[in-house]
Design a protein. Structure first.
Length: 375
């Protein structure tokens, strides 16, 4: 079985076009963007003949099986629901939405349509996450003790909808690897905002905070996770990171992108205070072996516009080599007629953690219960 896919949004979305075009279970790829110049540039570069300037034309067509949305955050909920209701499978970049009501609406649309929804969360397909996931599954880490996630990124001069965005509304890169590793959801949260944005930054969303930091309780576990997110006015270079500490082995993301992460190992106990711990920088393996040979090279190769590089590509293969893994999972879930790993309920759980964290921050750190989406 082969499917027909339309990729919408030729900014960051252009990265995914050649991956779909080379996937062995994809019959054809179309592209869509309201910017005709961007559409032509991507179409000419990747030799894509089917080009659209209006998403509605794609949704009204019976030709396509699936749509991958790489569009501005404020459009995600409305467009995802429209794709599902048109009878097509939907992949969408993060975050799923920015309100609990919209999360519920997408979950309902997936259920009612019988089609797949997948949030294309890069953080759970990075080389680092796949390395830690396997290490934990082998029992090497022992029982987990504590989890930490952080996403620092300066969004000055990005498109206007970013200005003043609540940091935790875009927290899935820091939240998702921790919840995926433990196979659970965050059930409640305390969060505090930190710093103050200039008044002109607060106008659109009513958010006063350049940074937010939260402590979550994980459902049916004894674990807590700490997550910090910044968007503006924070002198820290870009990183999307997670760290996981177990009783025997801990993993800590590198301080600066381009360095190697650190693995901590408990040594044999000795007389005296504390247990010796050995720290070692490790070069985690690239997992192109998990992919069809036709797209395996895309864990390393950069195809983005070299004149305007996205930070995720400067450090190799786009978000830790995750992009072809995401495409393969989405396509495979359709071909195999099963739910994708990041289906609507999972995506809603990961996204709701950040939405509820911001709500807590806006109320001085008060406890907020995070709703369920599988009921």
């Amino acid at each position: 079985m082969k499917i027909r896919v339309a990729v919408v949004g030729m900014g960051f979305g252009a990265e995914f076009v050649p991956i779909y075009a080379h996937h062995p279970n994809v019959d054809s790829v179309a592209i869509c963007d309201t910017d005709e110049q961007a559409l032509k540039k991507a179409g000419d570069k990747f030799l894509i003949r089917e080009r659209y300037t209006n998403l509605t034309d794609i949704l009204e067509s019976d030709y396509f099986d699936a749509v991958h949305l790489v569009t501005p955050i404020p459009l995600h909920a409305k467009q995802s629901i429209a794709v599902l209701r048109s009878g097509k499978h939907c992949a969408c970049t993060v975050p799923m939405a920015t309100s609990i009501d919209d999360l519920k609406a997408i979950v309902a649309a997936e259920r009612e349509s019988g089609k797949n929804y997948m949030m294309m969360e890069t953080a759970v397909y990075t080389r680092e996450f796949l390395y830690v996931k396997e290490m934990y599954a082998r029992g090497e880490m022992g029982k987990l003790t504590f989890l930490r996630g952080a996403h620092y990124q300066d969004m000055e001069n990005w498109p206007p909808y970013w200005v003043g965005l609540p940091p935790m509304h875009y927290a899935t890169h820091a939240v998702s690897p921790l919840l995926a590793l433990t196979n659970t959801r965050a059930s409640r949260v305390h969060c505090f905002g930190s710093g103050t944005l200039p008044p002109e930054y607060q106008q659109h969303y009513g958010n006063p905070f350049p940074a937010e930091t939260a402590i979550f309780r994980l459902e049916e576990t004894d674990l807590a996770m700490e997550v910090t997110r910044t968007l503006f006015r924070t002198a820290r270079c870009y990183t999307e990171s997670f760290s996981a500490y177990g009783e025997r082995v801990g993993f800590e993301w590198q301080q600066i992108e381009g360095e190697y992460p650190v693995v901590f190992r408990m040594a044999e106990p000795e007389a005296g205070r504390g247990t010796p711990i050995v720290a070692e920088r490790v070069q985690v393996p690239d997992r192109h072996d998990l992919l069809p040979k036709e797209i395996a090279r895309f864990t390393q190769a950069t195809v983005y516009d070299e004149s305007n590089p996205h930070l995720s590509f400067l450090y190799g293969g786009g978000h830790g080599g995750s992009h072809p893994h995401l495409v393969h999972e989405f396509v495979s879930s359709i071909v195999e007629q099963r739910k994708p790993c990041i289906d609507a309920v999972t995506a809603a759980n990961w996204t709701a953690a950040g939405i509820c964290a911001h709500e807590s921050a806006m109320h001085g750190g008060q406890l907020v219960e995070i709703p369920r989406f599988d009921e």
